[in-house]
Design a binder for this molecule. Sequence first.
Ligand code: ATP
Length: 372
Amino acid sequence: MTKQLFTIAVLPGDGIGIEVMDVCLKVLDHLLADQPYFRLAYVHGPGGAQHYADTGVALPESTLRACEEADAMLFGAMGLPHIRYRNGTEINPQLDLRKKFDLYAGVRPIRAIRGVPSALSDPRAAQIDFVLVREQSEGLFYGRLYPEKQPKSDDNEAFDLGRITRKGSERLFDFAFRLARRRRAANSAKGRVTCVDKANVLSSMAFFHKIFWERAKLNPEITADHCYVDAMAMNMVKRPWEYDVIPTENQFGDILSDLAAGLIGGLGMSPSGDIGDKYGLFQPSHGSAPDIAGQGKANPTAMILSAAMMLGWLGEKHNLPEATAAAARLSTAVDVAFASGRLHSFELGGKDGTQAIAAAVIDALAQQPVLA
Ligand code: ATP
């Protein structure tokens, strides 16, 4: 049988991105060693803040081409606070990739894993299982994505242009309702979409809110509700287990996704996928964490779970159930590794670093049948 081949553009980037990518690829090798139906071929692409410092270019043409030609992109982290563009902003090539490949939906699953302590003492924190869907093509990041549209700033005042469009909002909400439908098919307790905005103050958010209800009417089988972003910041701490799918504006999603990661053990536990209609980029929610880079302390779980998301996305896109099963098997191996209660990441005050956590996931894979 000829195995289906998926080409993956691998961009480790800066800081701990390099370390967590290295072990993630080893975990994928174990996962797919006996996989009879498909295989992955990696094309490694340089890029990031250090690359900018060394060459004057953050993302070389060759890397962009590799991304364009690949079936999916697997990304570590890019950016270093001491290396900046001339205008003082950090090097964030991931924003440029989101723009170039129109990766409009930032999908951030927030799921409690048994054996990983939550910041919340309420036992219901063990039931946390929701997905933030962050709009990534406009909102308050619009001026950063399209600097030519930005009003001029000077030494007396500074501006950032926000923009909400009908097209951008409709596709975000449609994505969220599709996701809720899939999640309800897998778990009948799910199937709720909660729009987060600031419609009571900002006219752009009132427009976003109005479009949400238009799209909700087209999806009557899914429960729809709404929450202002300030109230959601509180609800995510008081009763996060009640939520399912949460679509929101770009900047609100950026902030809430870090808060949400804190509920389930930190940024090192929080995977993400930047998804468009054609392309998908998968990366941990954390940045390059220069404070711990090079010390072997980074938790690779977010990177490994991002690779699982990539396999799930490839399986769905190419109608290949074996890739979907491999994603589930990897995610289960992570659960099994932590369920023992013996794994304690540095992030949460423990002593298990990058290698130890990856080794525990590989051990858990060895205990599972190849096809889940
Ligand atoms: P960015 O703005 O680039 O997303 P950030 O400001 O959110 O970055 P990070 O680089 O994500 O910052 O790191 C925030 C802190 O979280 C770091 O100081 C680090 O201690 C911790 N951290 C982030 N990721 C991990 C990880 N995988 N393992 C352990 N600790 C981590």
